[in-house]
Write a new protein. Structure first.
Length: 330
């Protein structure tokens, strides 16, 4: 069944891929993005576009009513951990306070489905691996705190008004499609920085921590292709939420790969050297983050199907070669 979907942050990396998939499935799509982090050229032509912030109460309320929105996919958040440490209040204002305005507007507009872009950052330093959805939420940075806090707000408010909520806790989103890829400034994610080093765009890759209690001493993460993550959002639009209680689901592969493994795979895929320098660990970085994936299979009927390192890196490599200046052209 097709619907009218609002995608906040739809000009961003993951949001733009979600928009493409929604349009491909025949849904009507409206994007709301203030372009503080996203890129207007990343929004497919078939989607409506409104430039603005989710914290603008009048704008959001009129948009939901005018466009007759059926469901919201909320992607509009700041997501840089170091920035959140340096400017915690900015993260609270955007990721919680403004998002609450969106939620309250959804209540008034009688929206029935709300899919929230959350994060494995809500878990902090987990006591056991793989991480299950019922693991304690003990975030260790303001970014993770804002994701936890808005999940709680959704749990407190949405069920009272008949809004079905699915919060998707991403692990490490990566990869690209032919049209959409990562273009952040500054870029903090490992894979685009690895490929930037291979392309000679960013100088040597900085490897933070080589003395972790892992097989090769570098940190282990669960890398998920952006197309798989987008597919999970479309599935979340149809999830049956028992008793109106919000559902939280990890999005991962269940397999961890170390920084050194990623670098080696990038060398194979690109056929180029990846110059690297070793740095001390960054404070707060856990040795290993890997998702338990059974809940996603049960609730969403979902599993990552495009997330081998070779497919992830190959897709990102092709995008960065085809878009050497990202969405800025030239």
């Amino acid at each position: 069944m097709t619907a009218r979907i609002l995608v906040t942050g739809g000009a961003g990396y993951i949001g733009s891929v979600i928009v493409d998939q929604l349009l491909h499935r025949g849904h009507g799509v409206v994007v709301l993005d203030d372009l503080s982090r996203g890129h207007r050229p990343a929004v497919a032509r078939g989607a409506g576009f409104i430039q603005g912030n989710v914290g603008n109460r009048e704008l959001v309320q009129s948009l939901l009513e005018r466009e007759r929105i059926d469901a919201i996919i909320h992607m509009a958040a700041f997501a840089l951990v170091p920035e959140s440490v340096a400017q915690p209040q900015m993260y609270v204002t955007n990721n919680v306070t403004a998002a609450r305005v969106l939620l309250e507007a959804a209540v008034r507009a009688k929206i029935r489905r709300f899919v929230f872009s959350s994060s494995c950052a809500v878990y902090g330093h987990p006591a056991s691996i793989p991480i299950t959805e019922d693991a304690p939420q003990q975030p260790v940075n303001p970014y993770g705190e804002t994701k936890r806090d808005f999940e709680k707000l959704l749990g407190d408010i949405a069920p009272l008004h008949g809004i079905a909520v699915v919060s998707l806790r991403y692990f490490n989103a990566c990869g690209a499609t032919d049209l959409r890829g990562e273009d952040h400034e500054p870029e903090t994610h490992l894979i685009p920085n690895v490929l930037g080093a291979a392309l000679g765009k960013r100088g040597p890759l900085e490897i933070y921590g080589t003395d972790y209690p892992t097989a090769d001493g570098t940190a282990i993460r669960d890398y998920v292709h952006v197309t798989d993550i987008a597919d999970a959002h479309l599935r979340a639009l149809d999830v049956q939420v028992d008793g109106g209680r919000p559902v939280a689901v990890n999005l991962g592969t269940g397999t961890g790969r170390s920084v050194r493994e990623v670098v080696a795979a990038a060398r194979r895929v690109s056929g180029r050297d990846v110059p690297a320098v070793e740095r001390p660990r960054r404070p707060g970085d856990p040795p290993e983050l890997v998702a338990a994936v059974q809940h996603a299979a049960t609730v969403l009927g979902w599993q990552a199907s495009h997330s081998s390192l070779e497919e992830i890196l190959g897709s990102a490599w092709r995008w960065h070669q085809a878009h050497p200046h990202g969405y800025r052209g030239g």
